[in-house]
Design a protein around this ligand. Sequence first.
Ligand SMILES: [Zn+2]
Length: 96
Amino acid sequence: MQQVIISVSKSYVHRGRRLRHRQSTKKRWQVYFYELDPTEGKYKMKTRRVNWLQAMYYKTQIRRRYKYYCTECGSAVFAYLKSRKAILECPICGNL
Ligand SMILES: [Zn+2]
């Protein structure tokens, strides 16, 4: 399953339920990501609760959306990458 991690954040589990947070109420890590829906061929945004260790891992996997212009075929496409430098080749024509 193809996933694109876009954000990792902490949020309260019982947010908004009580006027005061109890001592036992913990903040939990949540991962926001796009997942490719194989039936529709589209990316859908999803969230998942993870533990601290997984959150640290996902933080290294966060990607940003960059617009990529290919000088070879003239394509302008959006690519999810860790950094702009990560663009290696055109996804349309394969130009390096
Ligand atoms: Zn191209």
